[in-house]
Design a protein around this ligand. Structure first.
Ligand SMILES: NC(=O)c1ccc[n+]([C@@H]2O[C@H](COP(=O)([O-])OP(=O)(O)OC[C@H]3O[C@@H](n4cnc5c(N)ncnc54)[C@H](OP(=O)(O)O)[C@@H]3O)[C@@H](O)[C@H]2O)c1
Length: 325
């Protein structure tokens, strides 16, 4: 069975590789052939390159961890963002629908405008505020459209938020600034859920594969995929700095020196949703339904119920160990 993973050099792409490598015996026994592509091997802004990769590897399962993720730059690079975030996944979805393959794609809280009071559900109407969110929402629609009349294949669009892993992200930026500056000012009125790329890789695997390495059947559609709880950017920065100090990282600021500011005091080219919280009941129920036949599913259900700060603590402590090594 061929698994084709796009975006191997991104945070999620690296986490997926690590997750498959952790199950290398399992993957070999199940006859999984894993193909990882980065920008150098397949430029997703070029439709022919996407088609060529699909034709070459003939995947039974496509995992698309690649995306144009530069939220502010997308405002002035809308065409490119659309090609990568909507055009490329459309081709992948068309291939999956035509060839009976499984397609796992990832989307974002930024498809919402953030005006809802409570957590967003999968059925809430997207209304993206910026070009990045618009391109990701267009990608979601293109995938749904490609599967509209499909009689084979399946897809999951996992909408996630505030991702951190191996690569540039908010937590790394905060810890760097906490080493350089005496005081930090961080937005305290935008709410969401920090999500570890490793967490997302684990949940993806549990949704798509059984413990024998066979592809599972699941209802196609959008699933919200974030850990439990919520916080603000300020809450996340405070937690990360506090944990980094406890883990022995030398910082100039402590959590008390991180000042809360409103988003209005830190204008950026692309507007962000004030409320990025997403309800995960649908994914939880799906994983629970699968958990009786798989230990793997059980651990994914536990992950979904685990508060976001547990993952951040693990991540920051691992960073601190690397830092002091
Ligand atoms: N990061 C977040 O906070 C966040 C939040 C919500 C949802 N998401 C979604 O989660 C998924 C994974 O995000 P991530 O944080 O892992 O993103 P990431 O670290 O920015 O990785 C994205 C990857 O896409 C690749 N890419 C960009 N343009 C490409 C092109 N033209 N051709 C081929 N590859 C290209 C990049 O390649 P290079 O390495 O060569 O640049 C990079 O490796 C994405 O769908 C994203 O929209 C992310």
């Amino acid at each position: 069975m061929n698994i084709l993973i796009f975006g191997k050099d991104g945070q999620l792409g690296k986490a997926l590789q690590a997750r498959f490598e952790a199950s290398a015996n399992w993957a070999a026994k199940s006859g999984l052939r894993l193909h990882y592509l980065g920008r150098a091997e397949c430029d997703l802004s070029k439709p022919d390159a996407v088609s060529a990769a699909l034709d070459q590897f003939k995947p039974n399962c496509i995992m698309n961890a690649a995306a144009y993720t530069a939220v502010d730059a997308a405002e002035t690079n809308e065409l490119l963002a659309n090609a990568i975030n909507a055009g490329a996944p459309e081709r992948m979805a068309q291939y999956a629908a035509q060839h009976g393959a499984t397609f796992l794609h990832y989307s974002t809280d930024y498809v919402f405008d953030g005006s809802k009071e409570g957590p967003y559900r999968e059925t809430d109407a997207p209304n993206p505020l910026g070009a990045y969110g618009k391109s990701k929402a267009a990608g979601e629609r293109a995938i749904e459209q490609a599967f509209l009349h499909a009689t084979q294949g399946q897809y999951a669009i996992l909408r996630t938020s505030w991702v951190y892993g191996e690569g540039g992200n908010f937590i790394r930026t905060m810890l760097r600034l906490a080493q350089e500056r005496d005081e930090l000012r961080v937005i305290a009125d935008q709410y969401g859920v920090p999500t570890s790329a490793a967490w997302l890789a684990e949940v993806s695997m549990a949704l798509a594969f059984d413990r024998h390495g066979a592809l599972r059947a699941f209802p196609s559609g959008i699933y919200h995929a974030v850990p439990a709880g919520e916080t603000s950017w300020h809450g996340l920065a405070c937690w990360a700095v506090q944990e980094a100090s406890q883990a022995g990282m030398q910082l100039k600021v402590d959590a008390g020196a991180i000042l809360p500011i409103p988003a209005s005091a830190y204008p950026l080219p692309a507007p962000r949703p004030m409320n990025s919280r997403m309800q995960t009941t649908k994914l939880l129920q799906q994983l629970e339904a699968q958990a009786d036949v798989s230990e793997w599913g059980h651990s994914a259900v536990t992950l979904l119920r685990t508060p976001w700060n547990v993952g951040v603590t693990d991540y920051v402590h691992a960073m601190a160990r690397q830092h002091t090594a």
